[in-house]
Structure formats: C-alpha cells, structure tokens
Design a binder for this molecule. Structure first.
Ligand SMILES: [Zn+2]
Length: 234
C-alpha cells in the first residue's frame, strides 16, 4: 500500500462526511423555519391590522351616529312638547333638526360603506388564516420525512466518524497534518488527488515519471506540481 492510499481512503470518507454534514445543516434549517409559513404569517399579520383598523372605524362611526341620534331626539322632544314659546327660537331649532336629519342620512351611508370595508377585511383575514393553516400543514407533512432523513444522516455521520478514527490511527502524524492543512486551504476540502491515466483528476496536470514513481513507492508524500495536492496513483 502506498503512503497516500490510507490518506485517499480518509479523503473519500471526509468528502462523504462533508456532504452529509451539509445536508444535515440544510435539513435542520428546513425543520426550524419554512419560507412559505413565514410569508403566510406576515400576510396574516397585515390582514389582522387592516381588519382591526376597519373595526375601529366602524366603532367610532357608530358612536358618532349614536350621539347625533340622541341630540336629534332631544331637539325633537323640545320642539314637539311645546315648551318653546319664542318664534325665533322655534325656527332655529327646526333648522337644527333639519341639519341633524341630513347629517344622519350622510352618516348612514358612511357607516354602511365602513361596514362593507370591515366585511371585506374579515374575509381577507380568514383567507390568510386558511393559507397559513395550509402552509403549516404542508410543512408538518414534509417534516416527517425530513426528520427520518435527519436521523439516518446522524447515524451515518456517527458511523463515518468511527471509521475515520480507525483510519487515522494507522496514518503517521506528519502526513495527517499535511492532509489537514491542505484540506483547510481548499474550499472543496479535497487534499488528495487521484492520479488516473497519468493525469491529476483535480487539476489535469500530468506529473513527470519520476514524480509518479515517487507517488507510487516513495517514503514521503508526493504533491501534484499543478495543484499541490497529495497524489494517489490509482
Ligand atoms: Zn493536481
């Protein structure tokens, strides 16, 4: 077995571990929150605000209508009980009653329009609530299979980590340090390049025959002249 072979086996395992850990992170984040649910929650919050505003409008219009109605009733009582004797006062009161009646008709229209707005806001809020329920249900359904995949991934990672420890025991410390340093430097995390058909599988460089021989039988690790990775001749 060449010096690089154990490192190559370690590399395959680490690549698999990197992939599994990345997938695990993605699943954990998909289980923690869901964009469709978050969006539906925001829509519902807006719809609730609109509905509360519309309800407040109706409430204050109703209260205004009530006080106008009371004033009108009081004026009419005064007018028809015959307590007012002065003609000018009588005319003024009659005018006021007419104005109040006109206001009441306008108020009825305004109130009716506000009630329609409220009705629409209530319906819109219900739609948003239904959409949120549906998004939550879908998320929960998806979460069942996501949790299963998560558990399988965790088991696989634990098993791979155990295998990794077993491999590492048989690799000289210095080689392991070179491997770790190269892996940290590379975004891909690939420190060992398989050399196949005389070319590096990572950068395409064809190493010299001397270097190839060194990679096969040398007492130290051979690094690719193109990408600097540890060469493993397969
Ligand atoms: Zn290379």
């Amino acid at each position: 077995m060449s010096k690089a072979e154990q490192l190559y086996r370690l590399q395959l395992l680490d690549t698999d571990l990197d992939r599994a850990r990345k997938q695990l992170r993605e699943i954990e984040s998909a289980l923690a929150s869901n964009p469709a649910v978050t969006h539906a929650q925001a829509e519902l919050a807006t719809a609730q605000k609109t509905r509360m505003g519309a309800a407040n409008d109706v409430k204050s219009l109703e209260s205004e209508a009530r006080s106008q109605e009371e004033k009108l009733k009081a004026d009419e009582d005064r007018l028809y009980t015959g307590k007012i004797k002065a003609p000018k006062e009588m005319i003024d009161l009659q005018r006021e009653v007419e104005v109040l009646k006109k206001h009441r008709a306008e108020m009825d229209e305004t109130l009716f329009a506000a009630m329609l707005v409220l009705e629409e806001a209530v319906a819109a809020e219900k739609n948003c609530r239904d959409a949120l329920d549906q998004a939550t249900r879908h998320w929960q359904e998806d979460s069942v299979s996501l949790r299963q995949t998560r558990d399988q991934l965790k088991d696989r990672i634990t098993a791979d980590e155990e295998k990794r420890e077993a491999i590492c025991v048989s690799i000289p410390r210095g080689d392991l340090e070179i491997y770790t340093a190269l892996r940290t430097k590379r975004a891909s995390g690939v420190a060992v390049a398989l050399v196949k058909g005389g070319a590096c599988s990572q950068c395409g460089e064809s190493p010299s025959s001397v270097l190839l021989q060194h990679a096969r039988t040398g007492s130290s690790l051979a690094l690719c002249s193109g990408c600097g990775r540890i060469m493993f001749v397969g």
